[in-house]
Design a protein around this ligand. Structure first.
Ligand code: SF4
Length: 911
């Protein structure tokens, strides 16, 4: 017999001796050895109420016992299917069914209902006991989730998931005895509560008490084909199953085995896919004729675009042209877009919207660590001891990451949030540093100085793993707590406490989003964060690290693939002759030597007439980019604008040619999520109309311009990527079909890399950079006295082209509003629903007001999702000198009341 493992015990189940970790329950022991015991209330990720007893087993010398709550002890002998056990389970099922409605035949969960399945397997007659039926409370008002309380078996899983994962407490137990119910507070309908409609209660509900509203009509689970793919929204890259029937997406179910998100998803991932089949999809190419966009054939459109590109190239040269690629198309498509720009147009003028979100991360973490990527993995969030979230509102922007943070908090982890707004995440936090916008460096430097001065730093790590410490420490001399408090507005004791907690935590991580990057000093902000992680030795280790949370689903991949003006795929520099020669050899042509223009530079140059044509793929810069009026001027000034997208947008309105692209559900490829995980996108349905995947369109254009690329599939493109990109060297489709791989994955036997910089940084030693606080460039004055901060909302995404086609999401958030502090509202005579004119040094918009303590006095907030309130007409300001990102997070504005009106109750409710 094998030696028993340390801290393991031996028990016998059904006559077979097994070894399990001591402290395991019988149920856990059985699961570890694939022995099936039925469960209803048990969930390995949630607190169990041990209520249903269906997991009954027989224990030698003890009799019947609930396996979920009975600890396995050495020598224990367990039988899981004796006649006594089976009879007990049957009786439990009969009792449950006695109180249950008799409409199994028409229940939406039929087929996936555990109660129904167990009754079938155990041959239970529902009519032995005549029980009183539960009250039939039907709650169907919310856009996505239906509640039928009569079917509830009081397992409590929905209440647990709501509290422990979503952090909401919307569903919980009420009353006692037979009258016990699971319901929202005071029996409020779900749509009038704080429910975030994540649907995770549906994912864990074992019966039909909670179910999703059908998207295109009802259907049984077995009628749908489930196609596993990747959510098209944020950078978490959740895995979802698209439910397909008759060539249409009918809904989404959990992808239980996902390494990224398990069964959990957010409202957009689970319910936000209605846009795929929306009637407004562009289904054929369009060309502008006599001032109007007219549908044309593919042949005509491709011929025209190829001809115009060639003539502009001949007349003005390749550097008069540019490609705006996309964080929403696949890796393979970004790789081709980059190759198209460099080899066919003959320019490095390619960039994408990472310029507006994480360009400072690519530069800053690149300088500090040698790699601009998230250092660790999403799964580690659940197990860390301390989370420092700076300029990050993940409960709205990356909800599944917030669910993981919530689980960490349930385990006892501490959370500190640094944010000018009192966000939901700040409400969860143990410490909230309500910082003045744009003063992060003062805060971060003071935290670092306090750690160093109080001998809380990891000196061994500093000594062995970093360089430039002396200069760095010297630069912090004046960064005292009182200095930082005066600049940031954060009390000294809060700064001190955050420093103490982060430094003392055995494991701790720093998360940041665009509150850090979208500044004229975004790169310095990132460097200050990297410094902090290095002086505490909290990088290169499990459950630690730096998490720049990527906003769009494939921002990481678009950067990895070289959709940037200065690097080829894998961040191989255009300026490096060896890298250039490598790509020239592979692609069989000379490549331009000079770095191309960034997105902002391209648009500015277009405005000045220096850029003549742009090929915009899957982006809507009129709404997403800073200073919209200037963007429109620039685009209008082009000689030729091609836009490739799935819907008509404010940018297609200015195009000469519009090419209809396939959505994520209609094509194959890969996305790389925020933890560097490359994941397969599987085709679920045929492209609608005559749409084509972006890679096919680029391929066709190349052919029409005389280049015989002839890629037959994204798989083939990935082979080329792997051959040219060391960090993707071991990635191929057969491997990805078994699960995602985190780069670096340099060869076919490499398992991928969960934690970066373990033994040395990608650049060798980590470099500590002195960063000096400088006041933000955009300052309020008498004319523009308020600071506008922009951000994202839970129920919408980016410029709204997808989410605003989803009826339920529009119901949850129909209009955008401006958050104004009560003190400022009083001064300005504003109440909820007032309309105001918001004017900056660049433009003006009108918007509804909501009065809320979520923003401090002097600061107002709104999002950029709604074209009716195109907030980027106001933003702009100075660019970060290295990352070339505009100061989107800080705009001086004036607020003038125009009229009062009734605010949408939904919007008001969300504030
Ligand atoms: Fe999709 Fe992000 Fe939500 Fe996950 S967290 S379901 S990736 S939007």
């Amino acid at each position: 017999m094998n030696q028993p493992e340390l801290n393991h015990i031996q028990i016998t189940i059904n006559g077979t001796e097994i070894s399990v970790p001591s402290g395991s329950t019988i149920l856990e022991a059985a699961k570890m050895h694939d022995i099936i015991i039925p469960t209803l209330c048990y969930d390995e990720e949630l607190t169990s109420y041990h209520a249903c007893r269906i997991c009954m087993v027989e224990v030698e010398g003890r009799g019947l016992a609930a396996s979920c709550s009975t600890e396995a002890v050495p020598g224990m002998e367990v039988l899981t299917d004796t006649p006594r056990v089976v009879q007990a389970r049957k009786t439990i099922l009969e009792l449950l069914l006695a109180n249950h409605p008799d409409d199994c035949l028409v229940c939406d969960k039929s087929g996936s209902c555990k109660l129904q399945n167990y009754a079938y397997w155990y041959g239970v007659d529902a009519h032995r006991f005549k029980g009183k039926k539960k009250n039939r409370v039907l709650d169907t008002g919310s856009p996505f989730v239906m509640r039928d309380e009569g079917k509830c078996i009081l397992c409590g899983k929905c209440a647990s998931v709501c509290e422990q994962v979503a952090g909401k407490n919307v569903l919980h137990f009420a009353w006692r005895g037979f009258g016990t119910r699971v319901m929202p507070p005071l029996d409020t309908p779900l749509d009038e509560t704080e429910c975030i409609q994540c649907g995770n209660c549906i994912a864990v509900c074992p019966v039909g008490a909670l179910s999703e509203k059908p998207l295109h009509g009802k259907g049984r689970s077995w009628e749908f084909e489930e196609v596993e793919t990747v959510c098209p929204y944020c950078g978490i890259g959740c895995n979802i199953n698209l439910n397909i029937r008759f060539g249409k997406v009918y809904g989404v179910t959990s992808c239980k085995e996902s390494d990224v998100n398990g069964r959990f998803a957010c409202v957009k991932g689970r319910f936000g896919q209605e846009f795929i089949n929306d009637r407004a999809r562009i289904t054929s190419p369009y060309m502008r004729k006599n001032g109007e966009l007219i549908p044309v054939s593919w042949a005509e459109a491709i011929h025209h675009v190829a001809g115009r590109f060639e003539s502009i190239q001949r007349q003005y040269g390749g550097d008069s042209m540019g490609v705006v690629s996309s964080a929403r198309i696949t890796n393979e498509e970004n790789f081709l877009a980059s190759k198209f720009a460099r080899t066919i147009l003959g320019t490095n003028n390619i960039d994408h919207c990472a310029r507006l979100c994480h360009a400072p991360t690519v530069v800053g973490l690149g300088k500090a660590f040698g790699s601009g990527a998230t250092t660790n993995s999403l799964g580690e969030i659940e197990d860390t001891d301390f989370i420092l979230a700076v300029g990050s509102n993940i409960s709205e922007t990356h909800p599944v990451a917030a669910f993981k943070a919530r689980k960490a908090l349930s385990r006892g982890a501490l959370l500190a949030v640094v944010d000018p707004r009192r966000t939901e995440l700040a409400e969860w936090a143990h410490l909230h540093a309500q910082i003045r916008p744009g003063t992060d460096i003062a805060f971060l430097n003071a935290v670092a100085k306090f750690i160093l001065d109080n001998e809380l730093a990891d000196n061994k790590f500093i000594e062995e793993r970093t360089e430039n410490f002396k200069e760095y420490r010297q630069s912090l001399t004046d960064c005292t707590l009182d200095w930082a408090a005066a600049i940031t507005g954060v009390p000294q004791d809060v700064i001190r406490e955050i420093a103490l907690q982060y430094a003392r935590a055995a494991t701790g991580m720093i998360m940041y989003t665009m509150g850090i990057t979208q500044h004229a000093h975004g790169t310095d902000n990132v460097l200050a964060i990297a410094n902090l992680a290095m002086i505490t030795g909290k990088v290169g280790r499990e459950k630690c690290g730096v998490y720049p949370m990527r906003g769009q689903n494939n921002v990481q991949g678009a950067c990895d693939m070289g959709a940037l003006p200065n690097v080829y795929s894998g961040y191989q520099k255009v300026a490096d002759p060896a890298a250039r020669a490598k790509f020239e050899n592979a692609w069989g042509c000379r490549l331009p030597e000079k770095d191309g223009m960034t997105l902002g530079e391209l648009l500015s140059a277009a405005g000045e007439g220096k850029i003549k044509s742009l090929y915009v793929i899957g982006e809507n810069p009129v709404i997403s980019d800073a200073d919209s009026n200037e963007v429109m001027h620039s685009l209008r000034n082009l000689e030729f604008l091609v836009v490739q997208d799935i819907f008509m947008t404010e940018t297609t309105e200015l195009a000469d040619v519009v090419l209809p692209a396939a959505s994520f559900a209609e094509k194959e490829g890969t996305f790389t999520n925020t933890e560097r995980r490359v994941q397969l996108l599987r085709q679920a349905i045929e492209p609608v109309g005559s749409c084509k995947p972006d890679w096919k369109i680029i391929n066709q254009l190349a052919s029409a311009m005389g280049y015989r690329w002839e890629y037959s599939s994204p798989k083939e493109i990935m082979s080329e990527i792997a051959s040219l990109t060391p960090s993707y060297g071991g990635i191929d489709y057969p491997r990805l079909s078994k699960g995602g791989l985190q780069w670096p994955c340099p060869h076919k036997d490499h398992p991928g890399t969960r934690v970066l910089h373990r033994h040395s940084f990608a650049r060798g030693k980590g470099r500590l950079h002195p960063v000096v606080f400088q006041p933000p460039t955009e300052q309020p004055d008498a004319e523009y006295p308020y600071i506008l901060v922009t951000g994202r909302r839970l129920f919408h995404y980016h410029t709204g082209t997808m989410t605003r086609k989803v009826e339920g999401l529009n119901q949850l958030m129909p209009v955008e509003c401006l958050q104004v502090n009560p003190a400022n509202a009083e001064d300005l005579g504003l109440t909820d629903g007032s309309r105001v004119k918001l004017t900056s040094r660049r433009g003006e918009i009108e918007i509804e007001v909501v009065v809320t303590e979520a923003v401090p006095p002097g600061v107002v907030f709104t999002s950029f999702h709604f074209s009716e309130v195109a907030i980027n007409k106001l933003t702009g300001g100075r660019w970060d000198p290295e990352a070339k990102i505009p100061e989107l997070k800080r705009t001086a504005v004036r607020i003038e009341k125009t009229e009062d009106c009734l605010m949408s109750s939904k919007t008001a409710g969300r504030e």
